[in-house]
Ligand binder design. Structure first.
Ligand code: UGA
Length: 444
């Protein structure tokens, strides 16, 4: 494969993974960020995020001279040119946070376009990798005002925690552009991965990303609703989802009930698509219900905890000590953005509960403690000591391996509300702990 010269602008999850993985595929990559300290740390090999295999890929790329880090998109273009040949592809991997009215805020994309417009060589391709509203590629092309530079939409489908694996083993590569030649050149960057390619127009590529994330969110809201119904009808959601999942049209993945879905992507993207639909005068009731079901799920978890702790649907949680096991939005990450665990914690706090938390991925305990008025401890046993209930909110597998007899001995009440259906029932039964799960007959 012919190696390309690539600039990657933005070194967050998406940008850093994209840069390191493209370098591992043999391309020459310069990654740029506006944050000087971050660039210094990356140069020193400190990647700053928890992502399996990423640190190794970064250091291999740097050692091989295929990967480097600079401050500013313009500097990245200069660095590639100084190597002898100008940039061929510039990836935009900058944040697109939820802006006013739920619409993605494109300020960062616009700033990079502004900074690099005059510098991009003729024939170069600008690629949008961030999740951006439908129409952004067209808007980027307008802002660029360059007939000789093509804009391509190439959304990423990485999951946090398995970003490197997902990049190198994608289910598909999606590339959209008005320029067939530019689309093919971007697709060729991934040729070695052997994934199915969807070549389309830019708006459709942008829509694919939203449609996929919103579908995943809908799948989770659906399964959480099914779990609730299972409790009322004395059915077991684990068996129900297993039975559903063997249908190839449904699949086993993404069918685990939980305290609600969160993270930096699904909440942002569902709200953004709803907003886009509203603006297009389309009442997307299914998506609205998907979001509402999730918001309700946080309160449902609190209701479940209330019933388990007080024995009454309207019992008071005031002064009850609740230990929270897990704060991140899912296991395997240190990311707290839009975490369902924090949403549940906030509602418990409002209900007057006293909270102590432990999360193996969270080291900035002081910051969270202050912001959320909860105590974050360094070990699960201290968090559980004296608790009226322990609530599992994130599916860290290490929770399965705790000494549950010790937890039961030190807690005030031997009660676990397991919102991820994570723990081994037999182990908890041996420790004489009451184990309340989601969607199980006994927990109705
Ligand atoms: C999500 C998508 O899965 C990726 O395909 C997409 O590329 C990414 O957003 C993005 O747009 O960048 P991510 O945010 O890393 O990835 O998280 P997920 O693994 O999808 O989990 C989202 C939420 O759903 C978490 O709160 C998780 O705990 C919850 N979840 C997931 C469940 O409750 N049950 C499940 O079976 C799966």
């Amino acid at each position: 494969m012919f190696a390309r010269r690539i600039a990657v602008v933005g070194t967050g999850y998406v940008g850093l993974t994209t840069g390191a993985c493209l370098a591992s595929l043999g391309h020459r990559v310069v990654c740029a960020d506006v944050d000087e300290d971050k660039v210094d740390r990356l140069r020193a090999g400190e990647i700053g995020i928890r992502e399996d295999g990423l640190a190794e890929l970064v250091s291999e790329g740097v050692a091989a001279g295929r990967l480097s880090f600079v401050v500013g998109a313009g500097t990245a273009l200069k660095e590639l040119e100084a190597d002898g040949n100008p940039v061929e592809v510039m990836f935009l991997c900058v944040p697109t946070p939820m802006g006013v009215g739920g619409i993605a805020d494109l300020t960062a994309v616009e700033a990079v376009v502004e900074e690099t417009r005059a510098q991009l060589p003729p024939g170069c391709v600008v690629v949008n990798k961030s999740t951006v509203p439908v129409g952004t590629a067209a808007r980027t092309a307008e802002l660029l005002e360059r007939e000789d530079v093509a804009v391509v939409s190439n959304p990423e489908f990485l999951r946090e925690g398995s970003a490197v694996h997902d990049f190198l083993h994608p289910d598909r590569i999606v590339v959209g552009s008005t320029s067939q030649d530019a689309a093919e050149r971007v697709a060729a960057l991934y040729a070695r991965l052997g994934a199915p390619m969807v070549l389309t127009d830019a708006a459709s590529a942008e829509m694919i990303k939203y449609a996929a994330n919103c579908f995943l969110a809908m799948k989770l809201s659906y399964v959480n609703a099914i779990a609730e119904l299972c409790e009322r009808l004395d059915a077991d959601v684990a068996d129900v989802t297993e039975g559903m999942g063997y249908d190839k049209r449904i699949g086993q993945a993404f069918l685990s009930p939980g305290p609600g879905w969160g993270g930096s992507c699904l909440p942002k993207d569902t709200h953004a698509l709803l907003q886009v639909a509203d603006a297009a005068d389309f009442e997307f009731r299914l998506l609205r219900a998907t979001i509402d079901t999730n918001t309700r799920q946080f309160q449902r978890m609190v209701d479940k905890i209330r019933l388990a702790v007080t024995g009454k649907r309207n019992g008071s949680l005031a002064k009850k000590k609740i230990a929270l096991f897990g704060l991140t939005f899912k296991a395997g990450t240190d990311d707290l953005r839009d975490s369902p665990a924090l949403a549940v914690a906030a509602l418990l706090k409002q209900a007057g509960a006293e909270l102590a938390a432990y999360d193996p991925g969270v080291r900035t305990a002081a910051a969270i403690s202050e912001a959320w008025l909860l105590t974050v401890l360094d070990d699960p046993y201290s968090a559980a000591a004296g608790a009226n209930a322990i609530v599992v909110l994130t599916e860290w597998s290490e929770f399965r391996l705790l000494d549950w007899r010790r937890v039961a001995r030190d807690a005030c009440e031997p009660l676990v509300i397991d919102t991820r259906n994570l723990l081994d029932e037999a182990v908890l039964a041996r420790a004489a702990i009451r184990h309340v799960c989601l969607g199980r007959p006994r927990t109705a």
